[in-house]
Design a protein around this ligand. Sequence first.
Ligand code: 1HE
Length: 269
Amino acid sequence: MRMNFQPVPGLLAQLPLLRAQADGPIVHLQLARPDKRNAINDELVAQIHTAFVNLPAQARVAIVSGEGEHFCAGLDLSELNERDVGEGIEHSRRWHAAFEQVQFGRVPVIAVLHGAVVGGGLELAASAHLRVAEPSAFYALPEGQRGIFVGGGGSARIPRLVGVSTMTDMMLTGRVLDAHEGHSAGLSHYLVEAGAGLRHAMQLARKVATNAPLSNFAVMHALPRIADMAQGDGLFVESLMSAIAQGDDAAKQRVRDFLEKRAAKVGVA
Ligand code: 1HE
């Protein structure tokens, strides 16, 4: 599959720690701080926020990856000692704001994971909608060892992927999950060959980009909220969301295409 990424012009071109490229409707944002293993400092978290708020109008899917040997080494620990308690809360809230834009922004996000996916790096990965891992990926939450706690949404998002029990083990014991263990635990959706992560993410992104926009919106915004609701409330919201999606012209056209034998059958590419 050919990939033809071109630099994204405008505001996203002015983010030195985040390389923004686009191939049609697919935007690839690459953490570009490899000398520090893509550790997230204040500047990078602000740039992640800025990028997701200002995705180009044509963007339908975003891919996030890391330059160099690792996806992301988490919080930049060199900035940690400079903060008092109040500043610590503000810092965590800035991460929340940035990763909120990843999870509940405009487009589905696919993370490509390799090497270290640790601490805040795992929190970033957990904010994405799909995760593609290469065999070099390893997952850890070294916050316990560093005397801190997760602060980038990890305690809310990671248990929803692996359960409180596995996250407790990772945090209390410093347990590192390799790519296979992480995959079995639910941290990745796809485990692919070394070096194949971005290509695989592109294949997925192209499929996701062809969905009706309101379907993708419902999956991103309604599904996780409904899953958090009491069943009765969730069913009510589901009815509203499904009626909104069905009422859209894109849905009507797709159903007509199927009934008139123009659309692919399930399982047939
Ligand atoms: C860093 C960081 C960092 C690397 N902050 N500078 N995260 C951690 O506890 C993970 C800490 N990092 C590591 O365990 C290792 O660096 C890795 C396993 C990720 C990679 O190992 P390696 O051998 O490839 O690289 P390295 O030689 O350890 O690091 C290269 C440089 O990156 C080095 O700096 P240099 O100036 O000596 O070249 C490292 O100091 C630097 N570096 N990781 C700062 N994390 C919202 S709350 C989230 C809470 C957390 O994320 S806690 C977990 C923090």
